[in-house]
Ligand binder design. Sequence first.
Ligand code: AHR
Length: 522
Amino acid sequence: MKQLGIPLAGLAALLIVLPLNGQPTQAVIRIDTNRVISEVHPYVFGNFAEHLGRCIYGGIFEEGSPLADPEGFRKDVMAAVKPLGVSVLRWPGGNFASGYHWMDGIGPRDLRPARPDHAWGALETNRFGTDEFLRYCERIGAEPYICINAGLGTVDEARQWVEYCNETRPTYWANQRRKNGREKPWNVKIWGLGNEIDGPWQLGHKNAEDYAKFALEAAKAMRRQDGTISLIASGSSNFRPDADWIGWNRTVLERLKDEIDYISLHTYIGNRNNNFEEYLGANAQDIEERIRIVKGQIQAVQSTQRVRRPIYIAFDEWNVWYRTLQGSTEYEIAQTGLEERYNFEDALAMAIFFNAFFRNADVVKMANLAQLVNVIAPIFTNKQGLFLQTTYFPLIEYGKQRGNLSLDVQAVSPTYRIGNRPPIGYLDVSATYSPKDRAVYVNVLNRSEKQDIATRIENLVGRLGSEAEVWEMNHSDLKAVNDFGAERVRPATRKAALTLANNGFTYTFPRHSLTILRLSVQ
Ligand code: AHR
């Protein structure tokens, strides 16, 4: 998308250029359904469940709870998860993965060993393991994505995990799976070659060369076990000024380019300076920039592949996380359980991620919100029930656009500057098209705290229908939060009659709001 910024000085000229129906407009969005970037891959609506705090135990899984079913899964949580349409679920971590030995988590639950979890300083009972996870995926209709232990684990342990899950012949590990109640293979297609191995906080942290050697051998052994699996390399997620994240990716991509299908990227953001426009502007710029840099790196190594094969970005951890990211060690951080309470502005932050994923739909082919329940999550439980956090609602609405074609939409809006960064438009826009439904979705975040922005929306191909379906998230209090029995922040929906002129119309996007317009095009 061309997100063209116009300096405030240029705004006066624009006001003269774009008056429509007597109403001055300050911005323009041009939709052309011929300008397709790529399909919005359904895996962009993935999620992540780690053995951390109350995500698994007390979230997804709570044996003995009156709210749990006979398999131990919380029924209320499952009912809240289903509307999210989680396409792919990543497990068991995260940092946890780098110290996890999967063989501890199979067989009769009472015989499984309890182990110290040195990623987060917890006690792992192993009552939830591979079979429970894969069963949960079946129940919610998600594709499982297992991240191997590339920290303290071994290549053969990873290969045997694939054998346990996918082998059809009567081998040792396939027979163990059968003994544990699962005759047919789980057929796990997506495997991660470790988590954040570039981070010094990671158990078994390695330099890029050592990681690449391990990952290459793991990939070879895992693929010999099952040649149909997809593999995700651990890209860098260490954006600290002293870390060479670009160098890490370069080495990993060069060494693994003939083996991998994706390279991962992680980003957590926060409103640390309590500055709304900076929060939604600077982070949007960073996300876009990181995607573009990794895309360029992928293109560079692809030109030297033995046989051309695509490599995509799996943005397999993303979210708002800063309130509970205090402390100098992971053990300290874990004290909070990472139980972030999201407010209204955090719900708007979901848009800067999705808009960036959509605008880069040709390369971002998977994304996993971190995480599903309680731990930096859209669903929050206690023993008696749950409530939906503010961030829950945009996830559902954006999720309706899976499989649509992302459009190279042109958006021009008044700009502002954050420090010495380049100017950024107040409107953050993406658009998708469903040829089947002949519907265009226009996703517009107005990140101005003070200004409503009247916008001319023009459609270049096909005739616009005279009505729009409007989904809007807005609240007078940027800091408003939801709670048990008090879901104050929720979206509003309505139908809007459009006054069409020259196959376009004017729509005013309210200050600090997220609007998704569904337009019909004939
Ligand atoms: O999602 C929480 C943690 O954030 C994950 O365990 C780790 O991969 C990342 O640093």
